[in-house]
Design a protein around this ligand. Structure first.
Ligand code: NAD
Ligand code: UDP
Length: 308
């Protein structure tokens, strides 16, 4: 197949491009390089099946493709809050442009949605049936509401225009090729520990997240696109739940060194807990994560050692 990956030069997008090419597909990678990097895809530039297009998803585009994966959107809070209006535009107009193209060329189209649609959840763990608890006017809303609106568009194009959609709700994912200045917790803690700097724990560190290693996530993407039993939304994430203090301590143990844990103010609307209910992914995709947090951190630490 010929497959379009928007946001293909980003952390997840570049791993997805690798995997699709390895399966024998042709890949068109579209990216505006806001948070993506050429180094993430430099090894693919001479691959005969790979094409790179610098373009912004908020402007329309046309490609003859069989499938579309829509990943274009900054994912880390400091990056998506840098220009919040642009973040909402990217999610909403990017979705409209992908769906319009999918409708015209009859392509199956995939949306990278997020556990952020659950906001600061009152139901724990979060099943897909939970509607969420999102502040519509806070600092995270540009991302959360943009992604929620994109889901709405996907389901309306599906109902109204019979567009063949797949929607995944991604829970915190980490691994090699995260940007060292990305601002997300795993990359921050590893980079700080490797540099011997203080580990910045926001709030009291009792808030929890569930961390999925990138190869597990990409496997879930491909399984969702390959089946016809469900269009989603399907949670993909690792149900292992850790406090941020536990993550800081584990990172310090694995990296070694002399960094100290210091506290910084908790960002506004920071969700207190996050854990995916992956019953649906287990049932319809036969999917569950294989890489433990400790193994995944070791791979990620090894990557950052080569980068710093
Ligand atoms: P990332 O920031 O590394 O990648 C996003 C990519 O999209 C970058 O290459 C960036 O340059 C590109 N991009 C941003 N705005 C664009 C625009 N207007 N036009 C074209 N390209 C644009 O982040 P990531 O972690 O790889 O996330 C990829 C997708 O997965 C995002 O949609 C994100 O919301 C979603 N997601 C990720 C996580 C996670 O934990 N990594 C969790 C939930 C959802
Ligand atoms: N966090 C932290 N120190 C950091 C970066 C993040 O303690 O240097 C916390 C943050 O407050 C949140 C959790 O780690 O509770 C996950 O943050 P991240 O930005 O990675 O993702 P998200 O909040 O979107 O899940």
């Amino acid at each position: 197949m010929r497959i379009l990956v928007t946001g293909g030069a980003g952390f997840l997008g570049s791993h997805l491009c690798d995997r699709l090419l390895a399966e024998g597909h042709e890949v068109i990678c579209l990216d505006n390089f806001f948070t993506g990097r050429k180094t993430n895809i430099a090894h693919l530039l001479n691959h005969p099946g790979f094409e790179l297009v610098r373009h912004d998803v908020i402007d329309p585009f046309k490609f003859e493709v069989d499938q579309i994966y829509n990943l274009a959107c900054p994912a880390s809070p400091p990056h998506y809050q840098f220009n919040p209006i642009k973040t909402t535009k990217t999610s909403v107009m990017g979705a409209i442009n992908c769906l319009g193209l999918a409708k015209r060329v009859k392509a199956r189209v995939f949306q990278a949605s997020t556990s952020e649609v659950y906001g600061d959840p009152h139901v724990h763990p979060q099943p897909e049936s939970y509607w969420g608890h999102v502040n519509p006017i806070g600092r995270r809303s540009c991302y959360d509401e943009g992604k929620r609106c994109a889901e709405t568009l996907f389901f309306d194009y599906h109902r109204e225009n019979k567009v063949d959609i797949r929607v995944v709700r991604i829970f915190n994912t980490y691994g090699p090729r995260m940007h060292p200045n990305d601002g997300r917790v795993v990359s921050n803690f590893i980079v700080q520990a490797l540099r011997g700097e203080d580990i910045t724990l926001y709030g009291d560190g009792t808030q929890t997240r569930s961390f999925c290693y990138v190869s597990d996530l990409i496997e879930g993407f491909l399984r969702l696109m390959a089946q016809t039993e469900t269009v989603g939304p399907v949670n993909i994430g690792n149900p292992g739940e850790f406090t941020m203090r536990e993550l800081a301590e584990l990172t310090l143990k694995l990296v070694g060194g002399k960094s100290k844990i210091v506290h910084r103010p908790l960002p506004s609307d920071d969700p207190k807990q996050r854990q995916p209910d992956i019953t649906l992914a287990r049932k319809v995709l036969g999917w569950e994560p294989k890489v433990s947090l400790e193994q995944g951190l070791q791979h990620t630490i090894a990557y950052f050692r080569t980068q710093l």
